[in-house]
Ligand binder design. Structure first.
Ligand code: PLP
Length: 388
Protein backbone atom coordinates (compact mmCIF):
# COMPACT_ATOMS: atom_id res chain seq x y z
CA UNK A 1 0.00 0.00 0.00
CA UNK A 2 2.91 2.34 0.71
CA UNK A 3 6.64 2.29 -0.06
CA UNK A 4 8.29 4.17 2.77
CA UNK A 5 11.72 2.63 2.15
CA UNK A 6 11.77 3.77 -1.47
CA UNK A 7 10.98 7.30 -0.36
CA UNK A 8 13.58 7.14 2.42
CA UNK A 9 16.33 5.97 0.05
CA UNK A 10 15.92 9.07 -2.10
CA UNK A 11 16.56 11.44 0.82
CA UNK A 12 18.79 9.21 2.92
CA UNK A 13 21.88 11.51 3.08
CA UNK A 14 19.72 14.47 4.22
CA UNK A 15 18.01 12.27 6.82
CA UNK A 16 21.31 10.96 8.15
CA UNK A 17 22.63 14.50 8.48
CA UNK A 18 19.47 15.67 10.27
CA UNK A 19 19.56 12.78 12.73
CA UNK A 20 23.26 13.34 13.40
CA UNK A 21 22.53 17.02 14.06
CA UNK A 22 20.04 16.06 16.78
CA UNK A 23 22.38 13.49 18.34
CA UNK A 24 25.18 16.06 18.41
CA UNK A 25 22.89 18.65 19.99
CA UNK A 26 21.91 16.41 22.89
CA UNK A 27 18.47 18.09 22.90
CA UNK A 28 15.74 15.48 22.36
CA UNK A 29 12.44 16.97 23.46
CA UNK A 30 11.33 20.31 22.07
CA UNK A 31 14.09 22.79 21.32
CA UNK A 32 15.44 24.29 18.12
CA UNK A 33 14.44 21.53 15.72
CA UNK A 34 10.84 21.57 16.88
CA UNK A 35 10.65 25.37 16.77
CA UNK A 36 12.19 25.46 13.29
CA UNK A 37 9.80 22.78 12.06
CA UNK A 38 6.79 24.72 13.41
CA UNK A 39 7.92 27.83 11.54
CA UNK A 40 8.50 25.94 8.32
CA UNK A 41 5.13 24.21 8.56
CA UNK A 42 3.43 27.58 9.08
CA UNK A 43 4.92 28.85 5.80
CA UNK A 44 3.95 25.66 3.98
CA UNK A 45 0.36 25.99 5.21
CA UNK A 46 0.02 29.67 4.42
CA UNK A 47 1.74 29.78 1.04
CA UNK A 48 -0.24 28.58 -1.90
CA UNK A 49 1.21 29.20 -5.32
CA UNK A 50 3.03 32.19 -3.92
CA UNK A 51 -0.14 33.73 -2.48
CA UNK A 52 -1.07 33.79 1.16
CA UNK A 53 -4.42 32.20 1.75
CA UNK A 54 -6.13 31.29 4.95
CA UNK A 55 -9.37 31.18 6.81
CA UNK A 56 -10.03 34.09 9.13
CA UNK A 57 -6.65 35.78 9.10
CA UNK A 58 -3.19 35.02 7.89
CA UNK A 59 -1.74 34.50 11.35
CA UNK A 60 -1.34 30.82 12.01
CA UNK A 61 -0.03 29.34 15.22
CA UNK A 62 1.29 25.79 15.20
CA UNK A 63 1.39 23.63 18.31
CA UNK A 64 3.35 20.42 17.75
CA UNK A 65 2.41 17.40 19.85
CA UNK A 66 2.98 13.67 20.17
CA UNK A 67 0.45 12.30 17.64
CA UNK A 68 -2.70 13.11 15.70
CA UNK A 69 -5.03 11.58 18.26
CA UNK A 70 -3.59 13.71 21.05
CA UNK A 71 -3.91 16.76 18.79
CA UNK A 72 -7.67 16.16 18.68
CA UNK A 73 -7.88 15.63 22.42
CA UNK A 74 -5.83 18.78 23.11
CA UNK A 75 -8.09 20.83 20.81
CA UNK A 76 -11.18 19.62 22.68
CA UNK A 77 -9.52 20.28 26.05
CA UNK A 78 -8.49 23.80 24.98
CA UNK A 79 -12.12 24.48 24.01
CA UNK A 80 -13.20 23.26 27.44
CA UNK A 81 -15.13 20.18 26.29
CA UNK A 82 -16.01 17.82 29.13
CA UNK A 83 -18.73 15.68 30.72
CA UNK A 84 -22.26 16.49 29.57
CA UNK A 85 -21.09 18.10 26.33
CA UNK A 86 -21.84 16.78 22.86
CA UNK A 87 -19.44 16.73 19.92
CA UNK A 88 -20.57 15.98 16.37
CA UNK A 89 -18.36 13.80 14.15
CA UNK A 90 -18.90 11.41 11.20
CA UNK A 91 -19.78 7.72 11.62
CA UNK A 92 -17.48 6.84 8.69
CA UNK A 93 -13.99 7.67 9.93
CA UNK A 94 -10.93 6.49 11.79
CA UNK A 95 -11.59 5.85 15.47
CA UNK A 96 -9.54 8.79 16.84
CA UNK A 97 -12.15 11.54 16.73
CA UNK A 98 -14.70 9.48 18.65
CA UNK A 99 -12.17 8.06 21.08
CA UNK A 100 -10.99 11.44 22.35
CA UNK A 101 -14.56 12.66 22.83
CA UNK A 102 -15.26 9.61 25.00
CA UNK A 103 -12.00 9.98 26.94
CA UNK A 104 -13.05 13.48 27.98
CA UNK A 105 -16.39 12.20 29.23
CA UNK A 106 -18.30 13.98 26.47
CA UNK A 107 -20.81 12.35 24.16
CA UNK A 108 -20.02 11.66 20.50
CA UNK A 109 -22.99 12.48 18.29
CA UNK A 110 -22.48 10.65 15.01
CA UNK A 111 -23.76 11.78 11.63
CA UNK A 112 -23.70 10.11 8.25
CA UNK A 113 -21.43 11.05 5.33
CA UNK A 114 -21.96 11.79 1.65
CA UNK A 115 -21.74 8.77 -0.58
CA UNK A 116 -19.70 10.52 -3.31
CA UNK A 117 -17.02 12.41 -1.35
CA UNK A 118 -17.01 10.23 1.81
CA UNK A 119 -17.13 13.49 3.80
CA UNK A 120 -19.48 14.63 6.56
CA UNK A 121 -23.07 15.42 5.56
CA UNK A 122 -23.58 19.08 6.47
CA UNK A 123 -27.39 18.84 6.57
CA UNK A 124 -27.07 16.04 9.09
CA UNK A 125 -24.68 18.19 11.13
CA UNK A 126 -27.17 21.03 11.24
CA UNK A 127 -29.93 18.68 12.42
CA UNK A 128 -27.73 17.14 15.12
CA UNK A 129 -26.92 20.43 16.87
CA UNK A 130 -28.42 20.88 20.35
CA UNK A 131 -27.76 23.25 23.26
CA UNK A 132 -25.16 20.80 24.45
CA UNK A 133 -23.11 20.78 21.24
CA UNK A 134 -19.63 22.11 22.03
CA UNK A 135 -17.74 21.24 18.86
CA UNK A 136 -18.00 19.77 15.37
CA UNK A 137 -15.14 17.58 14.12
CA UNK A 138 -15.27 17.05 10.34
CA UNK A 139 -12.69 14.61 8.99
CA UNK A 140 -11.61 15.50 5.45
CA UNK A 141 -11.22 11.89 4.42
CA UNK A 142 -8.66 10.39 2.00
CA UNK A 143 -7.34 13.83 1.00
CA UNK A 144 -10.32 16.03 0.14
CA UNK A 145 -11.78 18.89 2.21
CA UNK A 146 -15.28 18.61 3.62
CA UNK A 147 -17.72 21.35 2.58
CA UNK A 148 -16.05 23.96 4.78
CA UNK A 149 -18.18 26.78 3.38
CA UNK A 150 -21.35 25.11 4.62
CA UNK A 151 -19.76 24.04 7.90
CA UNK A 152 -18.42 27.53 8.63
CA UNK A 153 -21.93 28.91 7.99
CA UNK A 154 -23.31 26.49 10.57
CA UNK A 155 -20.52 27.38 12.97
CA UNK A 156 -21.16 31.12 12.61
CA UNK A 157 -24.90 30.69 13.00
CA UNK A 158 -24.71 28.50 16.10
CA UNK A 159 -21.43 29.61 17.66
CA UNK A 160 -20.23 25.99 17.76
CA UNK A 161 -16.50 25.80 16.99
CA UNK A 162 -15.04 23.50 14.35
CA UNK A 163 -11.99 21.26 14.74
CA UNK A 164 -10.84 19.89 11.37
CA UNK A 165 -9.00 16.56 11.56
CA UNK A 166 -6.63 16.90 8.60
CA UNK A 167 -4.55 13.79 9.35
CA UNK A 168 -5.22 12.65 5.76
CA UNK A 169 -5.50 16.03 4.05
CA UNK A 170 -2.55 18.20 4.94
CA UNK A 171 -2.16 20.97 2.30
CA UNK A 172 -5.50 20.22 0.66
CA UNK A 173 -7.27 23.45 -0.34
CA UNK A 174 -10.93 24.35 -0.45
CA UNK A 175 -12.58 26.98 -2.64
CA UNK A 176 -16.25 27.92 -2.30
CA UNK A 177 -18.74 29.09 -4.96
CA UNK A 178 -17.69 32.70 -4.45
CA UNK A 179 -14.05 31.90 -5.04
CA UNK A 180 -13.10 32.21 -1.37
CA UNK A 181 -10.42 29.69 -0.63
CA UNK A 182 -8.59 28.31 2.36
CA UNK A 183 -6.33 25.57 3.51
CA UNK A 184 -7.59 22.41 5.23
CA UNK A 185 -7.19 22.89 8.97
CA UNK A 186 -7.22 26.70 8.87
CA UNK A 187 -10.97 27.32 8.78
CA UNK A 188 -12.27 26.58 12.23
CA UNK A 189 -11.09 27.08 15.79
CA UNK A 190 -8.49 24.34 15.33
CA UNK A 191 -7.05 22.10 12.67
CA UNK A 192 -5.18 18.98 13.70
CA UNK A 193 -2.90 16.62 11.84
CA UNK A 194 -0.81 13.47 12.24
CA UNK A 195 2.75 12.65 11.16
CA UNK A 196 2.28 8.88 11.51
CA UNK A 197 4.82 7.28 9.12
CA UNK A 198 2.31 6.43 6.37
CA UNK A 199 0.59 9.83 6.29
CA UNK A 200 1.39 12.19 3.41
CA UNK A 201 3.94 13.90 5.68
CA UNK A 202 5.19 11.12 7.93
CA UNK A 203 8.01 10.96 10.47
CA UNK A 204 9.77 7.85 11.82
CA UNK A 205 7.52 7.33 14.79
CA UNK A 206 4.56 9.25 16.15
CA UNK A 207 3.99 12.95 15.74
CA UNK A 208 1.18 15.45 15.36
CA UNK A 209 0.27 19.13 15.44
CA UNK A 210 -2.55 21.61 15.96
CA UNK A 211 -3.13 24.77 13.92
CA UNK A 212 -5.13 27.77 15.00
CA UNK A 213 -5.55 31.46 14.14
CA UNK A 214 -6.28 32.26 17.79
CA UNK A 215 -3.20 33.14 19.83
CA UNK A 216 -4.90 32.45 23.16
CA UNK A 217 -6.15 29.03 22.07
CA UNK A 218 -2.63 28.29 20.82
CA UNK A 219 -1.16 29.19 24.21
CA UNK A 220 -3.69 27.03 26.03
CA UNK A 221 -3.06 24.11 23.66
CA UNK A 222 0.69 24.48 24.04
CA UNK A 223 0.45 24.44 27.77
CA UNK A 224 -1.78 21.31 27.67
CA UNK A 225 0.93 19.50 25.66
CA UNK A 226 3.33 20.11 28.53
CA UNK A 227 1.45 19.10 31.72
CA UNK A 228 -0.72 22.21 31.72
CA UNK A 229 2.15 24.46 32.67
CA UNK A 230 3.40 27.73 31.32
CA UNK A 231 6.58 27.64 33.40
CA UNK A 232 8.40 24.69 34.86
CA UNK A 233 6.65 23.24 37.94
CA UNK A 234 3.82 25.75 37.62
CA UNK A 235 0.67 23.94 36.52
CA UNK A 236 -2.36 26.07 35.71
CA UNK A 237 -4.57 23.30 34.37
CA UNK A 238 -4.63 19.54 33.97
CA UNK A 239 -2.59 18.70 30.89
CA UNK A 240 -0.89 15.85 29.09
CA UNK A 241 2.60 14.78 28.23
CA UNK A 242 2.29 15.17 24.48
CA UNK A 243 5.34 16.70 22.85
CA UNK A 244 6.98 16.28 19.47
CA UNK A 245 10.52 15.06 19.91
CA UNK A 246 13.52 16.63 18.21
CA UNK A 247 14.40 13.56 16.11
CA UNK A 248 10.91 13.47 14.57
CA UNK A 249 11.00 17.23 13.96
CA UNK A 250 14.38 16.89 12.23
CA UNK A 251 13.03 14.12 9.98
CA UNK A 252 9.95 16.20 9.18
CA UNK A 253 12.15 19.19 8.31
CA UNK A 254 13.87 17.05 5.67
CA UNK A 255 10.58 15.88 4.17
CA UNK A 256 8.51 19.07 4.37
CA UNK A 257 10.25 20.93 1.49
CA UNK A 258 9.37 17.94 -0.73
CA UNK A 259 5.74 17.66 0.38
CA UNK A 260 4.28 19.44 -2.64
CA UNK A 261 6.29 17.14 -4.93
CA UNK A 262 5.11 14.10 -2.97
CA UNK A 263 1.54 15.29 -3.35
CA UNK A 264 1.93 15.79 -7.10
CA UNK A 265 3.30 12.24 -7.41
CA UNK A 266 0.15 11.00 -5.69
CA UNK A 267 -2.06 13.16 -7.92
CA UNK A 268 -0.32 11.89 -11.06
CA UNK A 269 -0.76 8.31 -9.86
CA UNK A 270 -4.45 9.04 -9.21
CA UNK A 271 -4.89 10.45 -12.74
CA UNK A 272 -3.30 7.30 -14.17
CA UNK A 273 -5.62 5.06 -12.12
CA UNK A 274 -8.61 7.18 -13.21
CA UNK A 275 -7.68 6.75 -16.87
CA UNK A 276 -7.15 3.03 -16.58
CA UNK A 277 -10.29 2.39 -14.54
CA UNK A 278 -12.91 4.88 -15.69
CA UNK A 279 -14.53 2.57 -18.22
CA UNK A 280 -14.34 -0.62 -16.19
CA UNK A 281 -17.79 -1.90 -15.30
CA UNK A 282 -18.57 -2.58 -11.66
CA UNK A 283 -16.12 0.04 -10.37
CA UNK A 284 -16.73 3.60 -9.23
CA UNK A 285 -13.56 5.72 -9.29
CA UNK A 286 -13.04 8.45 -6.65
CA UNK A 287 -15.20 11.54 -7.13
CA UNK A 288 -13.21 14.77 -7.34
CA UNK A 289 -15.08 17.41 -5.40
CA UNK A 290 -14.91 20.60 -7.45
CA UNK A 291 -14.65 22.66 -4.25
CA UNK A 292 -11.50 20.92 -3.04
CA UNK A 293 -8.11 19.84 -4.24
CA UNK A 294 -7.32 16.18 -3.55
CA UNK A 295 -4.01 15.20 -1.95
CA UNK A 296 -4.79 11.48 -2.37
CA UNK A 297 -3.81 10.02 0.95
CA UNK A 298 -5.92 7.12 -0.33
CA UNK A 299 -7.20 6.20 -3.77
CA UNK A 300 -10.53 4.62 -2.89
CA UNK A 301 -12.83 2.77 -5.27
CA UNK A 302 -16.36 1.57 -4.73
CA UNK A 303 -16.97 -2.05 -5.74
CA UNK A 304 -20.28 -3.89 -5.60
CA UNK A 305 -20.84 -5.31 -2.14
CA UNK A 306 -21.10 -8.93 -3.27
CA UNK A 307 -17.76 -8.72 -5.13
CA UNK A 308 -15.54 -6.60 -2.91
CA UNK A 309 -14.06 -9.08 -0.47
CA UNK A 310 -13.52 -11.76 -3.12
CA UNK A 311 -11.79 -9.17 -5.29
CA UNK A 312 -9.51 -8.12 -2.43
CA UNK A 313 -8.61 -11.78 -1.76
CA UNK A 314 -7.88 -12.44 -5.44
CA UNK A 315 -5.69 -9.36 -5.69
CA UNK A 316 -3.78 -10.38 -2.57
CA UNK A 317 -3.02 -13.70 -4.29
CA UNK A 318 -1.68 -11.72 -7.24
CA UNK A 319 0.61 -9.74 -4.95
CA UNK A 320 -1.54 -6.61 -5.03
CA UNK A 321 -2.27 -5.25 -1.55
CA UNK A 322 -5.53 -3.37 -1.01
CA UNK A 323 -7.09 -1.75 2.05
CA UNK A 324 -10.60 -1.31 3.41
CA UNK A 325 -10.90 2.05 5.13
CA UNK A 326 -13.11 1.49 7.06
CA UNK A 327 -14.73 -1.94 7.38
CA UNK A 328 -17.24 -0.81 10.03
CA UNK A 329 -19.04 2.37 10.95
CA UNK A 330 -18.08 3.79 14.35
CA UNK A 331 -21.60 2.96 15.57
CA UNK A 332 -20.92 -0.73 14.82
CA UNK A 333 -17.72 -0.86 16.89
CA UNK A 334 -18.02 -2.69 20.18
CA UNK A 335 -16.15 0.08 22.02
CA UNK A 336 -18.95 2.50 21.18
CA UNK A 337 -21.95 0.27 21.88
CA UNK A 338 -22.76 2.58 24.76
CA UNK A 339 -23.61 5.39 22.38
CA UNK A 340 -26.74 3.37 21.69
CA UNK A 341 -26.83 3.53 17.91
CA UNK A 342 -28.19 0.65 15.89
CA UNK A 343 -27.27 -0.86 12.56
CA UNK A 344 -29.43 0.86 9.96
CA UNK A 345 -29.05 4.32 11.45
CA UNK A 346 -26.25 5.44 9.13
CA UNK A 347 -27.09 3.77 5.83
CA UNK A 348 -24.42 5.50 3.74
CA UNK A 349 -21.67 4.71 6.22
CA UNK A 350 -22.83 1.09 6.33
CA UNK A 351 -22.96 0.82 2.55
CA UNK A 352 -19.52 2.38 2.17
CA UNK A 353 -17.99 0.07 4.76
CA UNK A 354 -19.06 -2.85 2.55
CA UNK A 355 -18.07 -1.34 -0.82
CA UNK A 356 -14.88 0.74 -0.44
CA UNK A 357 -11.54 -0.63 -1.59
CA UNK A 358 -8.32 1.39 -1.58
CA UNK A 359 -5.52 0.64 -4.03
CA UNK A 360 -1.79 1.10 -3.39
CA UNK A 361 -1.10 4.86 -3.33
CA UNK A 362 2.27 6.41 -2.57
CA UNK A 363 5.08 8.51 -3.97
CA UNK A 364 7.05 5.62 -5.48
CA UNK A 365 4.34 4.03 -7.68
CA UNK A 366 5.43 3.54 -11.28
CA UNK A 367 2.98 3.54 -14.18
CA UNK A 368 4.10 -0.04 -14.93
CA UNK A 369 3.08 -1.08 -11.40
CA UNK A 370 -0.23 0.70 -11.82
CA UNK A 371 -0.88 -1.04 -15.14
CA UNK A 372 -0.19 -4.39 -13.49
CA UNK A 373 -2.47 -3.56 -10.57
CA UNK A 374 -5.31 -2.54 -12.88
CA UNK A 375 -4.80 -5.51 -15.23
CA UNK A 376 -5.06 -7.92 -12.26
CA UNK A 377 -8.06 -6.05 -10.91
CA UNK A 378 -9.92 -6.18 -14.24
CA UNK A 379 -9.13 -9.84 -14.71
CA UNK A 380 -10.17 -10.82 -11.16
CA UNK A 381 -13.36 -8.83 -11.46
CA UNK A 382 -14.40 -10.49 -14.71
CA UNK A 383 -13.59 -13.90 -13.17
CA UNK A 384 -15.89 -13.08 -10.25
CA UNK A 385 -18.61 -11.93 -12.58
CA UNK A 386 -18.32 -15.21 -14.47
CA UNK A 387 -17.23 -13.68 -17.72
CA UNK A 388 -14.11 -15.81 -18.02
C1 PLP B 1 -4.13 8.67 11.31
C2 PLP B 1 -5.34 9.38 11.68
C3 PLP B 1 -5.52 9.88 12.98
C4 PLP B 1 -4.62 9.56 14.13
O1 PLP B 1 -3.32 9.95 14.03
P1 PLP B 1 -2.22 9.30 15.01
O2 PLP B 1 -1.03 10.18 14.79
O3 PLP B 1 -2.01 7.90 14.57
O4 PLP B 1 -2.74 9.39 16.39
C5 PLP B 1 -6.65 10.62 13.25
N1 PLP B 1 -7.58 10.84 12.31
C6 PLP B 1 -7.46 10.36 11.06
C7 PLP B 1 -8.51 10.67 10.06
C8 PLP B 1 -6.34 9.61 10.70
O5 PLP B 1 -6.24 9.14 9.46
Amino acid sequence: MVDLNGLMDRIRPELDAAIKRVLDSGRFIGGEEVDAFSKELTSALCLHEGKTIGGLSDDVFIVPCANGTDALQIALMALGVGPGDEVITPAFTFISTVEVIALLGAKAVLVDVQSDTFNIDCHAVEKAITEKTKAIIPVPLFGQCADMGALMEISKKTGVPIIEDTAQSLLSTYCDDQGKSGRAGLFGAFGTTSFFPSKNLGCFGDGGALFTHDKKLAQTAKSITNHGGSKRYQHDMVGLNSRLDALQAAVLRVKLPHLNTYISHRQTAADIYDDLLKNVEGIVIPVRDEKSSHVFHQYTLKIEEKDRDELARGLAEDGVPTGVYYPKGIHEQKAFEELGYKTGEFPITEKLSKTVLSLPMHTELSSAQQKYIVARLVSRLSEIKGEV
